[in-house]
Design a protein around this ligand. Sequence first.
Ligand SMILES: C[S@@+](CC[C@H](N)C(=O)[O-])C[C@H]1O[C@@H](n2cnc3c(N)ncnc32)[C@H](O)[C@@H]1O
Length: 275
Amino acid sequence: MDCVGFLQWALPRMGMRWKGFRKVRRQVCRRIRRRMAELGVEGEPGYRAYLEANPEEWEVLRRLCRVTISRFRRDHGVWQALEEEVLPELARLAEPPPGAAPGDRRLRAWSAGCASGEEPYTLSLVWKLQLEERLPGVRLEILATDVDRAVLDRARAGIYERSSLEELEPEWLQAGFTDVEGRYRIRDHIREPVELRRADLLRELPPGPFHLILCRNLLLTYFDESTAARVLERILDLLVVGGALVVGSHETLPSSRSWPLVPWVGGEPIYRKTD
Ligand SMILES: C[S@@+](CC[C@H](N)C(=O)[O-])C[C@H]1O[C@@H](n2cnc3c(N)ncnc32)[C@H](O)[C@@H]1O
């Protein structure tokens, strides 16, 4: 059995789908081979037998199958639509937290599967550099969650290579980062609205409600239809009516049922939650 055959056998057993892994299979297969060498098992059939005899190994395999690739301002059109149309409209839904003054309105966003912080910090950059002054009295709070502790540590450090920042305009780079020996460190005022927290999307969701949920290149790419539909339903419970859900640009909503969502902006994977 080759690695692809092995993945086609193993992924559905973890609620995942092979199709999402086609492009990243080399990276995942390299990790699996390293693990097999560590265990001293012979080839993919050996690893399959090992999994069958040692159910706790499934958790290790799950980790090996995690894809953590991201970059700042990934899918340019989505960020442009968020800046020009969606966030200004969402700001009208912002409310004061309990006990706060009426002038202190909060807009709550959640980045589900935030990798090393590229997505939530991009949102903060858009807000701080383009919108904050235009929308006085509204404060953006961003909760960023991921299951992987290593990527969360990188998000906390907030230091990036040039390659993950290539889609940012030079002025944004200057306004949002300081130069640390050829690498880029996110500035404190951009980091400030972002709270990083560990959470497994399949097990526990953070307390809502949210006005904006970014769930991109995770649930609808790597998980099978029934897992994706089950989790998406719970995610939508956390979104206010009129709020926005953003998915990845190559992702589609599970077709097994209808969703209380309508496309927000032509051509972009952004949806508005309906009643
Ligand atoms: C490919 S990255 C996408 C990052 C970002 N959303 C983007 O679109 O650029 C997927 C992220 O989801 C995280 N992830 C995978 N399984 C998860 C789970 N069950 N719960 C929460 N996060 C998960 C991975 O650790 C990884 O950081």
